[in-house]
Design a protein. Structure first.
Length: 182
């Protein structure tokens, strides 16, 4: 389930109310159906997503989603489909968004993206072919691995861990310093 909050039960359509709910760790307050017979509880579990640090012809590709501001680039990302293996999701997302064929995947790690209530499963993906942007992307940029500048959020931590694992020095991007003054 995503961070989206329901006002009405998705099973029986009765209004939800905050109630104490017993779980393995004790009692927590959650939105739940008022009808005990229904039993629906909105747990607010994070949504699983994948991120791909795409290596192509010895360089790393970072992409900008059409919905993002100019100058914002990150890993290729996407949501896991039901019953989809995370590695298969990486292969699918890289093909959909960059038109490239993934020939190797290596897990970097998993990271929480609080703003969107997601758990990001991030992989290093080695790809071949010719870049052809999918509908979701506005543009991409290529970087030498040693020139990457990770950002201190979600997939940026994956970039930092990948660089650290290769003995590459890095500094996190300073968002505050990058904002225009005025």
């Amino acid at each position: 389930m995503s961070a989206e909050a329901f006002a009405y039960c998705p099973r029986c359509a009765k209004p939800l109310a905050e109630r104490p709910i017993a779980d393995d760790g004790g009692t927590v307050n959650r939105l739940a159906c008022r009808d005990d017979a229904c039993g629906f509880v909105q747990w607010g579990n994070p949504t699983p997503a994948v991120g791909a640090l795409v290596e192509h012809e010895g360089e790393i590709i970072l992409a900008r989603n059409r919905a993002w501001p100019e100058g914002w680039f990150a890993l290729v990302t996407g949501y896991l489909e039901a019953r989809e293996d995370p590695k298969a999701a990486v292969v699918r997302e890289v093909k959909e968004e960059l038109g490239l064929d993934v020939v190797e995947t290596h897990l970097i790690g998993n990271y929480i993206f609080e703003r969107k209530n997601e758990v990001m499963l991030c992989y290093h993906a080695v790809a071949t072919g010719t870049v052809k942007l999918g509908a979701e992307l506005a543009e991409y940029r290529r970087h030498k691995p040693e020139d990457l500048k990770p950002w201190p959020r979600a997939t940026g931590f994956a970039v930092a861990d990948w660089m650290r694992g290769r003995g590459l020095a890095f500094e996190f991007h300073d968002f505050a310093a990058a904002k225009p003054k005025g």
